[in-house]
Design a protein around this ligand. Structure first.
Ligand SMILES: NC(=O)c1ccc[n+]([C@@H]2O[C@H](COP(=O)([O-])OP(=O)(O)OC[C@H]3O[C@@H](n4cnc5c(N)ncnc54)[C@H](O)[C@@H]3O)[C@@H](O)[C@H]2O)c1
Length: 323
């Protein structure tokens, strides 16, 4: 059986998804729409997809079975609801939006429609991250220390706080999501953000360029995340989990995991491409009707978003926010 996929948004991330999907013999990229006609035609040339002049035209169940929604988070409109109501399965890029109430309503519609749904938390699909999750099952972490230090995304929308939510909401969301995936739900957050360096790169930028975030989780453990998108001389993407009789270190954005305790001291590096694994799971889930193959559903992505938006609110109001 073949699976016809449509794309809304044909930017960098969408084109990367298209590449991995085209490796799968059961997939056909049937249609594409992007407000940028050049991007759209480039994607169509690479995939053989038909170009449409609106998102509505892509969302036609006679033409597609599933849709990849890869517009930036400020440009999702009612795409998820429209697809869900038409019975079209959805893959939605992270983060799911910028307004939690809107995302909650979308989640309800997606759930009630019973469509297969997946979100772009690709790092969950790494064998290394799953190894950490399995190891931590039943073990008590008492401290988490995480970070994400890297450079800035080139797009104008990304550097505009009202459009991207900032580096923490857009990119550090991967670390936030991995923390949830391996060690449970957040209880509260207290965040401080600053902006001092990014205007040297882009005088019109409105996002923060550094953050120091502390949190507690429902289990009682406490932790912190530090992050910056203005680190051009040092990259870091780590989550360190401390227990009284073990240490787990997920590094390089999940590619490497180190587990140390009285019986072992192992370091494992993944050979998997997380995007390929994520998209394979989505395709299998749609073909088989099995939502359980998906490691990050729309509802899951919503919980990760709730933490990120609460961090922004905490910084703005200078107080701890309970989730
Ligand atoms: N999962 C990951 O690791 C990962 C990595 C990078 C980006 N992303 C996410 O993917 C999304 C897109 O990011 P990107 O890096 O591809 O950005 P990008 O700027 O390269 O591409 C975005 C595309 O969306 C198009 N677009 C904007 N508004 C539109 C609309 N209303 N209708 C149709 N098309 C529209 C733009 O013209 C552009 O081609 C973001 O939400 C981003 O956070 C996820």
């Amino acid at each position: 059986m073949s699976l016809r996929i449509g794309f809304i948004g044909a930017g960098d991330m969408a084109r990367h998804h298209m590449k991995t999907l085209l490796e799968m013999k059961e997939v056909e990229i049937a249609s594409v729409f992007d407000i940028n006609k050049e991007q759209c035609h480039k994607a169509a040339e690479e995939t053989g997809a038909a170009v449409y002049d609106s998102a509505d035209a892509v969302l036609d169940p006679a033409r597609i079975d599933a849709v990849f929604i890869c517009t930036p988070q400020f440009a999702r409109g009612e795409l998820e609801e429209t697809a869900a109501r038409k019975g079209i399965h959805i893959f939605v890029e992270k983060p799911l939006g910028l307004d939690l109430d809107v995302v909650r309503k979308k989640e309800q519609i997606v759930r009630e429609a019973g469509i297969i749904n997946s979100t772009g938390y690709c790092l969950r699909y790494l064998d290394t991250v799953r190894k950490a999750k399995d190891y931590l099952k039943g073990r008590e972490v008492h401290l988490i220390q995480a970070n994400r230090y890297n450079g800035s995304h080139p797009a104008k929308w990304w550097r505009t706080l009202a459009l991207s939510g900032g580096h923490f909401v857009d990119a550090v969301t991967h670390q936030v999501d991995m923390i949830r995936f391996v060690s449970g739900e957040f209880h509260d957050v207290n965040a401080r953000f600053s902006q001092s360096a990014i205007k040297r790169l882009d005088p019109e930028a409105t996002i923060y360029d550094a953050g120091a975030i502390t949190f507690s989780m429902k289990s009682g453990l406490i932790g912190s995340i530090t992050e910056t998108c203005m680190s051009n001389y040092h990259a870091g993407h780590d989550i360190k989990l401390f227990g009284h009789d073990f240490f787990v270190h997920i590094s390089q954005n999940g590619i490497t995991v180190e587990i140390v305790d009285n019986e072992q001291n192992i370091t494992q590096t993944s050979k998997l491409d997380c995007y390929r694994e994520q998209n394979k799971a989505f395709v299998q889930a749609v073909l088989s009707g099995r939502q359980d193959i998906i490691l990050s559903s729309y509802a899951d992505g919503m919980k990760t978003l709730a933490f990120s938006l609460a961090a922004n609110q905490s910084a703005l109001e200078n107080r701890t926010i309970e989730l």
